[in-house]
Design a protein around this ligand. Structure first.
Ligand code: ZN
Length: 218
């Protein structure tokens, strides 16, 4: 079981590096399987992440498999698993997510796809990396959301599967880039609460984001 877990976490790290969200050794990925968490080790070049670069720990942080020390943000990952039923956590220093996290207190909803993350994305106040203060601020910012930003630091995305957490990190980066580009042209227009409610209603009635059978096949 842990062989597959370590392979999957390594593959997700390589994918996020390929997409430009993880650069060098910056950022980390984890996934929960049963009662164990596979998490990228500290100092690993994430673009070439191998299963042996993923350390397996218990929910309290005790290492049960792997030769390398887990990421310095381990308490952030474990705290999120303790709070929520999430299956995976991605932390990045992705270029646009980090850019907006250096300026905004909250990433507003300019585009309806952001509602997949739960609405406006909060920016957790700055605290030193690897500290319980940072972990607790991020956990608070994640309340009711699939992602959060970290002031002057980066982003966190979660999901009910590893691939969902990866998709949420990619979506957040796209939305941050959108905000940046829109701001260059003028003042971005934020969707009103009514417009957001209408999107949720429409998405529910159409199963938005899920492949649907062709009408003739129904
Ligand atoms: Zn970081």
């Amino acid at each position: 079981m842990t062989v597959l877990l370590r392979e999957q976490v390594a593959e997700a790290a390589r994918r996020l590096a390929h997409e430009g969200l993880l650069v060098g050794t910056a950022g980390n990925v984890s996934a929960m399987s049963g009662e164990l968490v596979g998490v990228t080790a500290s100092g690993v070049m994430l673009g070439g992440c191998r299963p042996e670069d993923v350390t397996v720990v218990t929910p309290s942080g005790y290492v049960v498999e792997g030769d390398l020390a887990p990421t310095s943000e381990l308490s952030l990952h474990l705290g999120i698993y303790a709070d929520t039923a999430t299956a995976a956590v991605v932390h990045t220093h992705a270029p646009y997510s980090t850019t907006v996290a250096c300026v905004l207190d909250e990433l507003p909803v300019l585009h309806y796809q952001q509602l997949l993350l739960g609405g406006a994305v909060r920016v957790a106040p700055y605290a030193t990396f690897g500290t319980p203060e940072l972990a607790s601020a991020v956990r608070e910012a994640l309340d009711g959301r699939q992602a959060a930003l970290m002031a002057s630091h980066g982003s966190v995305a979660i999901g009910d599967s590893l691939s969902a957490a990866v998709q949420n990190a990619l979506l957040l980066e796209w939305l941050a880039a959108l905000y940046h580009r829109a701001s260059v042209l003028g003042t971005p227009k934020v969707l009103t609460q009514q417009e957001q409610d209408d999107v949720v209603r429409q998405a529910l009635s159409r199963n938005y984001g899920t492949p649907q059978p062709h009408e003739e096949n129904q």
